[in-house]
Design a protein around this ligand. Structure first.
Ligand SMILES: Nc1ncnc2c1ncn2[C@@H]1O[C@H](COP(=O)(O)OP(=O)(O)O)[C@@H](O)[C@H]1O
Ligand SMILES: [Mg+2]
Length: 410
């Protein structure tokens, strides 16, 4: 690590594994992964912590491994959150400009944004992130930035990601009670994954990232450089294994093994009549199971999951606007044939989502399961750049070029 590097740590408590990534943001703005630690996750179901003690133990193990590899003391982490309690939606907030013929100022923008946010947070929930979209002044003219425009009614559009306050507190406390580390902030896992995978150009052109995990599937859609839509579905790779266990009448651990050994998203004609070992732990002794049946069960569940994602993406018109295509990451993105099936369902280009613009060990960067934790490093890097933004904002304003500036978060 260089002396002046700023350390950022990302932690994902996933349904199948806990993953901690330690990154260094250099003075020149480069991001390097210095260490990574992981542990099997035993306290999580469908993305939510059900056994905080077990989750805490797994966090301790993953962080210790990451600390050792990176040779740093971890003080704080950005924590990826997901689960059915996460809600992502677009809101509008209106602010009336008190006097006629007055140009809209920063304060007016802030008030319109605040109104949008206040509607988006019912009792018991907590806003995780909110991203400003565009603004509408009086006669429906849309502005990226309305400062300096003369108008009477200002409407702000905001994408808000919120979660159930108690569930978020459970995640935070599971970490803070287990290790002497502070949770800086929760971050929606789907947003973190998108930040790891998409380049600036892809975010500008329009792109979607779908993170196919064990218990959940997250998605995030960027267009014109901003997060436009996101969400979570409580389905993932575990459901495929459960279906296999039920359909083939074998135990879940064997179903998981068979999925990894023989799994495919597209049933193959040559598998007809082929038997694979059902294992001695199967309910029926060492009998074989039909590979054709296995492939049919698996491909149906994967298709169904991708159809559900497509439905949610179509609601936001994301698939039509994703000029750069859809990028798949998360462990289930390893399933052979999944890109082909996704192309057919999404009706647009689909690619493997790989970490971009970050350096580090190849085996870490190429692993689809680590994308979220590495994306948290990118999130942290963007946040630290935003902290120096007021100066930049001042300079830009004095150059009267504010319209080209769009903030990532507010
Ligand atoms: N080769 C593979 N084929 C199919 N599924 C896979 C493969 N490798 C991993 N998976 C699945 O990926 C999921 C784990 O992905 P991961 O992104 O680590 O999930 P999480 O973040 O929810 O812990 C598991 O359901 C696992 O079975
Ligand atoms: Mg995950």
């Amino acid at each position: 690590m260089s002396d002046n590097g700023h350390i950022i740590v990302g932690l994902e408590i996933g349904t199948s594994k806990v993953c901690a990534a330690v990154g260094e943001l250099t003075e020149t703005g480069e991001l390097n992964v210095l260490g990574l630690g992981q542990a099997k996750s035993r306290g999580v179901r469908k993305g939510e912590i059900l056994d905080a003690e077990k989750a805490g133990d797994d966090v301790r193990q993953a962080l210790a491994e990451a600390e050792e590899m990176a040779d740093v003391d971890i003080e704080s982490v950005l924590l990826a959150v997901t689960g059915r309690h996460i809600e992502c939606a677009n809101y509008r907030g209106v602010h009336t400009i008190p006097s006629v013929d007055r140009a809209i100022g920063d304060e007016d923008v802030q008030l319109a944004l605040r109104n949008a946010k206040s509607q988006s947070c019912p009792a018991g929930s907590e806003i995780i992130d909110s991203v400003r979209q565009d603004f509408i002044v009086d006669d429906h003219t849309v502005y990226d930035n309305p400062v300096g425009v003369v108008g009477g009614r200002l409407e702000a559009r905001v994408h808000v990601i919120r979660g159930h306050a108690n569930r978020l507190a459970t995640s935070r406390q599971a970490v803070e009670n287990a290790v002497p580390v502070r949770v800086e902030k929760p971050v929606f896992g789907g947003l973190a994954s998108a930040l790891a995978v998409l380049t600036t150009e892809q975010k500008q052109a329009g792109a979607v990232v779908v993170d196919l995990g064990a218990g959940t599937t997250e998605f995030a859609f960027f267009h014109q450089g901003l997060l436009r839509h996101s969400g979570v579905l409580a389905v993932g790779g575990d459901h495929v294994s459960n279906d296999l266990a039920y359909g083939l009448r074998i135990l879940i651990p064997r179903a998981e093994e068979l999925k990894l050994e023989h799994g495919t998203a597209v049933a193959r004609p040559e598998s007809a009549g082929v038997q694979v070992r059902g294992d001695s732990t199967s309910l029926h002794g060492g009998r074989g199971v039909s590979l054709e049946h296995l492939e049919r069960i698996m491909s149906h569940r994967i298709e169904e999951t991708l159809e559900l994602v497509a439905l949610r993406l179509r609601e936001a018109d994301a698939l039509r606007m994703a000029t750069a295509g859809v990028f798949l990451c998360g462990g289930a993105a390893r399933t052979p044939g999944i890109l082909e099936v996704a192309r057919r369902i999404f009706q647009c280009p689909v690619h493997q989502g790989l970490v971009q613009g970050v350096s580090g060990p190849a085996n870490v960067l190429e692993n689809p399961e680590f994308v979220t934790a590495i994306g948290l490093l990118r999130y942290g890097a963007m946040r630290s750049r935003q902290r120096v933004q007021p100066n930049l904002l001042g300079k830009l304003r004095s150059l009267a070029s504010l319209s080209s500036f769009r903030s990532f978060l507010f």
